[in-house]
Design a binder for this molecule. Structure first.
Ligand code: PEP
Length: 251
């Protein structure tokens, strides 16, 4: 059975004390609980080591929100995949729509980040998703296909096993407007079919595909009940321990 994941993207929120309190509260609420999914938190880079310290003592795993496309060297302000690996970070978001929009990251550039993460045994959580105008023009399948093929389909089969995909329709991120469970299922099934066409049905059946976009304690159960939705990438609701735990318990 493929891995279910609930990952929290804290984005650029919380001061250090608040971040530490949130990590501690989550660790406490999850302690000793039989979970049906892996739990990942993605705090700002400055707090990653604090988070991996908590993770050592709990079920929580840690992801970064971003990584450099370069190995090391004169790239001021950047953080290399090898640095993340050296403090036991296990996951990293790649191509979140905010990175695509505000930092102009395109699919070819994101493909380089994916490579650096895999080279360092980190799991890329590759984000894709259409904008509202693209859905209104019924271009959403083509856009997602392009994002996935240009960002991921250079990988070989063995590498692709270590990738997680997050479908996040841009119009649903931070807006309070969630994709319906039918819309999410339809796109997730489409993504799985793309993977099957390229890598075969066995690998496609193993790949974890998360939904992201205004997922909250009220709608998570319905979304996660869809056969091709393997969990969620959660923004706003991951900043409140109780809400995040309710989402984690929604399988
Ligand atoms: C996100 O930023 O990945 C996200 C899904 O945000 P939100 O849950 O706040 O829509």
């Amino acid at each position: 059975m493929r891995k279910k994941i609930v990952a929290g993207n804290w984005k650029m929120n919380l001061n250090f004390t608040e971040a530490e309190e949130l990590a501690a509260s989550l660790a406490e609420k999850l302690e000793g609980k039989a979970l049906k999914c892996e739990v990942v938190i993605c705090p700002p880079a400055l707090y990653l080591e604090m988070a991996t310290d908590f993770a050592e003592e709990s079920v929580i795993k840690v992801g970064a929100q971003n990584v450099s496309n370069q190995e090391s060297g004169a790239y001021t302000g950047e953080i290399a995949a090898g640095m993340l690996a050296s403090i036991d970070v296990e996951y990293c978001l790649v191509g979140h729509s905010e990175r695509r929009k505000y930092y102009h990251e395109n699919n070819a550039f994101l493909a380089q980040k994916v490579d650096k993460l895999l080279d360092n045994d980190l799991i890329p959580v590759y984000c894709c998703g259409e904008q509202l105008e693209e859905r209104e023009k019924e271009n959403h399948f083509a856009i997602v296909e392009q994002q996935i093929s240009e960002g991921l389909f250079h990988l070989n089969t063995e590498e692709f096993y270590n990738v997680v995909i997050a479908y996040e329709p841009v119009w649903a991120i931070g807006t309070g407007v969630t994709a319906s469970s039918e819309q999410a299922q339809e796109m997730h099934a489409f993504i799985r079919s793309l993977v099957a066409k390229k890598y075969g049905a066995d690998l496609a059946a193993e790949i974890t595909i998360l939904y992201g976009g205004s997922c909250n304690p009220k709608n998570a159960k319905e979304l996660f009940s869809q056969s091709d939705v393997d969990g969620g990438l959660i923004g706003g609701a991951s900043l409140k321990a109780d809400d995040f735990v309710t989402i984690i318990n929604s399988f």
